[in-house]
Every structure is written in structure tokens, then in C-alpha cells.
Ligand binder design. Structure first.
Ligand code: NAD
Length: 705
């Protein structure tokens, strides 16, 4: 079947790209567009050409598989768009790009080579390359500033954020918004309005907007450094846009190509492409094939209207799922509804959606203290206190009220799903749905598979995560699942480092510089020192010894952000400020424990924190609680603030080389003893020259490649 179709409507040739699902520029598409343009140009009855996408969007972008191959060093991977763009631009007949859906990256670059662009009011336009560690590579950095000026071009390429049609019209990226039928409007534009605008103008020959003083570029670089810490793609995009202003078009394109090559060879680009594909791969679970029946979810019920219950209720309401939100306390329900309302009001103020939409979503959440309506729910999510006895009682009650096909989920962060399921007569319908706080914002959901959880329930959970706009990652039922199981020893190691001589802010500073969204002490203060205390009470025996400062903190009533004091002090409730009182307390506990203190270099802080994560993750992988290393990467990038441009902890370790990681872990093992015992899998892979990415969890170690 043709990827591109050519037809005529009167004197207008219509070139339709038909490469589902998103009309990506994969092999064959550029060639067929070019052939269609050439055929239209030769046809004497044709006056103008309209290029449009079939289905739900214009060209959504390049094929990222091609990009992955190029980043892996494969030469000739992906189509060279240069000749296509020139051919479109040099066409002697007016070429109008008719755009709907999302035109991103390569799609925008093709569109910008047209003589005019018209779009539907709900179309979006963006240059998201920076999110994959690259810059627009098909002359986008040269044409975009010619259309919208360097400052706006920098904004689009550095932020990677798409803009809407009205903004695009104002900037000059598009020439007209078409209300009603896009193709009809575009044809009319091509034959009636375009000729009125004078002779055809090639974007590459335009220069009226190419004015900027150096301050524009300096400001762009400043934003890039601030918003894209430790990475270079955004900075290179600014360089390329600057070249558009200072060099002729062809030389600017050459500069762009040089920068693209440099980008493709970077660790940043490879890691981001890995993170991109890892997220998609997470949805594929070997024993839950695509054709697994999935239960429809129209009505949900939530138990517990605290932090998590209210966030999950909003996540459901945002996706059109009606929610019954139950708590035992009326005041808890009132508080939840007030915070839900406030949240939606603030979204309306920010222009994310209209007041009517907000009202609909609020109306979809029904607060109640009883079980009424639970019998109709397709899905029930328990989000009450983290207490096994309570959860067992609640599941026993749910078993009595829920309909037979209902999915019974718990949002527990650490408890045993099988024990919870055991009180029901239907353990095969019980699953963990571990959302992260704030649950209406955070993208990760760990989907915890119990020993008896049915495939239909797993498939339904994966589909639900997708519907909620989240990334569902299936993990096994071990203590803390994957994410929190790794976080506990990481938190403990950070506290050992503090005991040994670094201040919490030095540790957090090193982690921040490494790229973590937050330092681990600040995370502890946000989660609550009391929450950590309860977890340690329950599982602390598994993680002995544990430095004593944190318990001292708990005794002092410094429970973190909620009390304005924890590892740090908080004057505005959320910005951590160093507190000499805590630093002195840590020094005293260290002295009492007989620990000699020293200044710990930054690289040691990072190695000890990150390799603790890696070592624990290796155990999780070997024990089969994660299906593949990439799943752990997705969990840490989407749920724990690990920098995507380092790919995730497993990718980071693979990139460093497992031999090097193992040697360092062994060094810490010799120095600190048992808590640093290398995970057997790390040792074996280091010795055999393997990688976590190459480890196949479904095979025994002797069957590994
Ligand atoms: P929370 O204390 O904010 O809310 C718990 C709510 O449950 C309270 O409103 C309480 O009144 C209600 N509740 C207690 N017993 C109940 C019952 N019998 N029936 C109905 N409601 C009842 O707690 P949270 O932070 O929302 O945590 C809830 C669950 O989610 C816990 O299992 C926790 O481990 C897990 N979790 C929390 C986070 C987090 O960051 N807070 C993240 C992931 C998972």
C-alpha cells in the first residue's frame, strides 16, 4: 500500500501522507512525498499543492527507531530529508501544508519547507528533539528562526514544549487557522488567498526576522543551563539557531549537521533514547499478551481520602472514570474535597482546562463514609493507612461488597500483597497499584503482581495506567517492591555518609549535581521522618545497622516539612535550609558511635549513593521481582527523580561498565562490611563482561548470553 497518495481537486493536487498511526517519516515516506510533489509540478492542470496527513495527525515526527540506529553509530540510518525539503521549497507551484493533530520535529521541518501553513484550531506544533538529547536535524534550526525569529525559536527548541495554533499564528509559524474542514479550507487558501500574497516565498530565503543581538542567545543559554541541568542538547540548539542568524542558509545547515553528529554520539542522547524505549517496553509483559482480555473500567471506588486517595481520585476523574471516595472520617472527606477543588481551580487559572471541565471532574468524585455504590465499582483502590491488620480487615469487607468481576487493588507502599489477598475468596483479582505522590501528577504506577494475580487483572491494570496517562511497570511482590526496596538502603547509605562527616546539604548537593531531582535528605523531610520511622520499625531489622541520627531527629519531633523542621529547617514550608543544630546533633551521634569523621569527596558521595541503588536493583533483577533492567530504569526516572539523561540506574551502571561498578562496590565492601556485599548478579556480569540490559530474567544464569 502506498504511504503517500496523490489526487487532484480541480486545480489543486492533494498529497496525503498515510503512514499510520502518526504518519512518521519512516523509510519510504519522504521519497513518496517527493515523487508526488514532482508529479504535481509536472501536471499542467495543477496550480497549487496541498500536503495533508491522513488519520489523526499531520506528520508527528521522525521515526525514533531510525534515531536509535543513528545514535548506535549505524551510518545512513533514517532518511536524509535535505533533498525533499529543497524540492518542496523549490516547487514552482504554491505548496500549502494543511496541519492537524501534532506536528513535531521532522513533521515541523517538512511543514516549514512549504510556502504556506494552515492548521486546525486544535493543532499543536513543537520541536521536542531536546527531550531525546538531540537538536532538530533537518534544517529546522535554520528555517524556524526565519519564520518566527530567533528568540521564539530558542524558546521552542530549548523547552521542547509544543505551542497551540493561536500562538503559532501570532508568531508567524502558520498563516491561517482553518475552522471547519481542513482540506477544503486548505484548498481554498491555495487557490484564492495564497496568490493574493504575491510571489512564492521560500522560507530559506527569508531574512526579515533574522535579527537578534547577542543577549537573546545568552538568555537562551542561561535558560538551557537552568532548565536542562548537566545536558548539552539545548545549548547546541541555541548554537545552531545563532548560526541561522550569523551565517548564510547553507553554512547554517552545515553547522546544524555538525552539531547533530556530535549530539548523536553523546551519552546524553543514547540514555534519553533508552529511557524513551524503556517506557514503551514496560507495557509489554511476556505472559500478558496483547490479546489478553481487559476489563472495562467506568466506575471506581477508593478507600481512604488522604494524600493518596485524593490524588488517585483526581487521576481517575481526569480520565472520565466516576469515583466514589470513602473515608471513615467526615473531616478527612471535607479536607480531601477542599484540596481537590483547590487543585482544579488552580488548573483552570493556569489555563489547562475550562471551569466547566473542572466542574465535571469535581462532580465525578463522590465523597461518602459508607460503602454505597461499591457494589457497582469495576475497580476498588484501597489507600488507607499503611497497616497490615487494617488492610486485611478492609479487603475482607470489600470481598463482601464488591461485584464478582471487580479489580481489588491496594496502594500499599511496602506490604505483602499475597497476605492482603489471602483474606479474600478471590486472590486472583487482587493486585497492587502503587501510585506516587502527588498521584494526579506523578507518572509512575508500580503494578504489583501477587502470586495469584490473574493475567486479565494485570492486563487491566496496564491498560488503566495508560488511560490515566501514567507509566505502569509490573513488579513482583517483595518488600517495598522495586522502587522503595532500593530507596531504603540508599537512604541509609546517605545517612552513613552524614555520620562519617558530610552535612545533609553536602550529600544532597552532590546528588543534585549528579542530576537527581531532589537530594535524599530533602526527600526524607518531604515524605516525613515519622513515615520513615514506622517503616524502620517494621523492616529495620533487615537493614542493620542503621545510623542513629534519624531516630534522634524523630525524638526531637523534627518530622520534616510538616513540622517545619527535619534534616533541614523550613521557613516557607518547602525550601530546605541548612540547620547547624542538626549538623551538631549528627556530629554528636557519630562521636557516640565511635565514628571518625572526615571530609568526603563529592564523587565518593555519588558513587556510594547511586551504587547502593544499583546493587539492590541487581538483587531485585536476579530474584525475578523485575522483568528487565530497563523496567527498573523507568521506575527510577519516572517515580524517583533519577535523571533521564543518565538513562536510569541500570543504564548508568552499564554505561560506566559493570566491572568498574563491581570494583567500587567491592572496595566499599572491604571498607564497610556486610551492607556493601556485592549482589551475586553484579559480580557475575562484571566477571563475564555482561550488562544488566543483556540479562534475561526469564533464563537462568547459565543460559545467559
Ligand atoms: P493518609 O494518612 O494521608 O490517608 C489515609 C486515609 O485513610 C485517612 O484519611 C484515613 O482517615 C483513611 N482511613 C483510615 N482507615 C480507614 C478505613 N477503615 N476506611 C476508609 N478510610 C480509612 O495516608 P496516605 O499517605 O494517603 O497513604 C495511604 C496509603 O498509600 C498507604 O498504604 C501508604 O503506604 C500508601 N502510599 C503513600 C504514599 C505517600 O507518599 N504518601 C505513596 C505511595 C503509597
Amino acid at each position: 500500500m502506498a504511504l503517500v497518495n496523490l489526487s487532484t481537486r480541480g486545480s489543486v493536487a492533494v498529497v496525503t501522507i498515510d503512514n499510520p498511526p502518526v504518519n512518521a517519516l519512516s523509510a519510504g515516506v519522504p521519497e513518496e512525498i517527493q515523487a508526488a510533489i514532482e508529479a504535481a509540478e509536472k501536471d499542467p492542470s495543477v496550480q497549487a499543492v496541498v500536503l495533508i496527513g491522513a488519520g489523526r495527525t499531520f506528520i508527528a515526527g521522525a521515526d525514533i527507531k531510525d534515531l536509535e540506529r543513528a545514535a548506535a553509530g549505524e551510518s545512513g540510518a533514517g532518511p536524509d530529508l535535505h533533498s525533499l525539503l529543497q524540492r518542496i521549497e523549490d516547487c514552482s507551484k504554491t505548496v500549502v501544508m494543511a496541519m492537524h493533530g501534532t506536528a513535531l520535529g521532522g513533521g515541523m521541518e517538512v511543514a516549514m519547507a512549504g510556502h504556506f501553513r494552515v492548521a486546525r484550531p486544535d493543532a499543536q506544533f513543537g520541536m521536542p528533539e531536546v527531550n531525546l538529547g538531540i537538536i532538530p536535524g533537518a534544517e529546522g534550526t535554520q528555517r524556524l528562526p526565519r519564520l518566527i525569529g530567533p528568540a521564539a525559536a530558542i524558546d521552542m527548541c530549548v523547552s521542547g514544549r509544543p505551542i497551540k495554533a493561536d500562538a503559532a499564528l501570532m508568531l508567524g509559524l502558520i498563516d491561517k487557522i482553518i475552522e471547519g474542514d481542513l482540506l477544503e479550507g486548505a484548498i481554498q487558501f491555495a487557490v484564492e488567498l495564497a496568490p493574493e500574497r504575491g510571489p512564492i516565498r521560500k522560507t530559506r530565503e527569508r531574512s526579515e526576522k533574522l535579527v537578534a543581538d547577542s543577549k537573546v542567545f545568552e538568555a537562551g543559554r542561561e535558560t538551557a543551563r537552568k532548565t536542562r541541568r548537566n545536558t548539552f542538547a539545548a545549548l547546541d540548539a541555541v548554537d545552531a539557531i545563532e548560526a541561522a542568524v550569523t551565517l548564510p542558509f547553507d553554512q547554517g545547515c552545515r553547522r546544524e549537521r555538525e552539531l547533530v553528529r556530535k549530539r548523536l554520539e553523546s551519552d546524553e542522547c543514547r540514555a534519553l533514547i533508552h529511557a524513551f524505549f524503556a517506557e514503551r517496553a514496560a507495557a509489554k509483559v511476556a505472559d500478558v499478551p496483547k490479546d489478553t482480555p481487559v476489563l472495562p473500567i467506568a466506575k471506581a471506588a477508593i478507600l481512604g481520602a488522604g494524600t493518596m486517595g485524593s490524588g488517585i481520585a483526581m487521576a481517575c476523574a481526569n480520565s472520565g472514570i466516576a469515583v466514589r471516595l470513602k473515608d471513615v472520617e467526615q473531616w478527612a472527606l471535607d479536607r480531601a474535597m477542599a484540596s481537590i477543588r483547590k487543585n482544579y481551580e488552580s488548573s483552570v487559572q493556569k489555563g489547562r482546562f475550562t471551569a466547566e471541565v473542572a466542574a465535571q471532574r469535581i462532580a465525578a468524585i463522590h465523597p461518602q463514609t459508607g460503602y454505597e455504590g461499591f457494589e457497582d465499582a469495576d475497580l476498588i483502590i484501597e489507600a488507607a493507612f499503611e497497616n497490615m491488620e487494617l488492610k486485611k480487615r478492609l479487603f475482607w469487607e470489600l470481598d463482601a461488597v464488591a461485584k464478582a468481576v471487580c479489580v481489588l487493588a491496594t496502594n500499599t507502599s511496602t506490604l505483602d500483597i499475597d497476605e492482603i489477598a489471602s483474606v479474600t475468596k478471590r486472590p486472583e483479582r487482587v493486585i497492587g497499584l502503587h501510585f506516587f505522590s502527588p498521584a494526579n501528577v506523578m507518572r509512575l504506577v508500580e503494578i504489583v503482581r501477587g502470586a495469584k494475580t490473574g493475567k486479565e487483572i494485570l492486563g487491566t491494570a496496564l491498560a488503566l495506567a495508560k488511560r490515566l496517562g501514567k507509566v505502569g511497570v509490573v513488579v513482583g511482590n517483595c518488600r517495598g517492591f522495586a522502587g522503595n526496596r532500593m530507596m531504603l538502603p540508599y537512604m541509609r547509605e546517605a545517612q552513613f555518609i552524614a555520620e562519617e562527616g558530610s552535612t545533609p546539604s553536602e550529600v544532597d548537593g552532590a546528588l543534585w549535581d549528579f542530576g537527581m531531582a531532589m537530594g535524599i535528605f530533602a526527600v526524607d523531610d518531604m515524605g516525613g521522618i515519622d513515615v520513615g520511622h514506622r517503616v524502620r520499625e517494621e523492616y529495620g531489622h533487615l537493614l542493620q545497622p542503621w545510623p542513629s541520627a534519624v531516630e534522634k531527629l524523630y525524638e526531637m519531633g523534627r518530622l520534616g516539612q510538616k513540622t517545619g523542621k527535619g534534616w533541614y529547617k523550613y521557613e516557607d514550608g518547602r525550601t530546605p535550609i541548612r540547620d547547624p543544630e542538626v549538623e551538631a546533633m549528627i556530629a554528636q551521634t557519630a562521636q557516640a558511635a565511635g565514628v571518625s569523621r572526615r571530609s568526603i569527596p563529592k564523587n565518593e558521595i555519588v558513587d556510594r549513593c547511586i551504587y547502593t541503588l544499583v546493587n539492590e536493583a541487581a538483587r531485585i533483577l536476579e530474584e525475578g521481582y523485575a522483568d528487565r533492567a530497563a523496567d527498573i530504569d523507568v521506575i527510577y526516572v519516572t517515580g524517583y527523580g533519577f535523571p533521564a539523561y543518565r538513562g536510569g540506574p541500570m543504564w548508568y551502571a552499564d554505561s560506566a561498565g559493570l566491572k568498574k561498578v563491581y570494583d567500587r562496590v567491592s572496595e566499599f565492601h572491604r571498607r564497610y562490611g556486610e551492607r556493601w556485599e556485592p549482589a551475586p548478579l553484579l559480580k557475575r556480569l562484571a566477571e563475564s563482561g555482561g550488562t544488566f540490559a543483556g540479562f534475561d530474567a526469564s533464563k537462568t544464569i547459565d543460559q545467559q548470553p
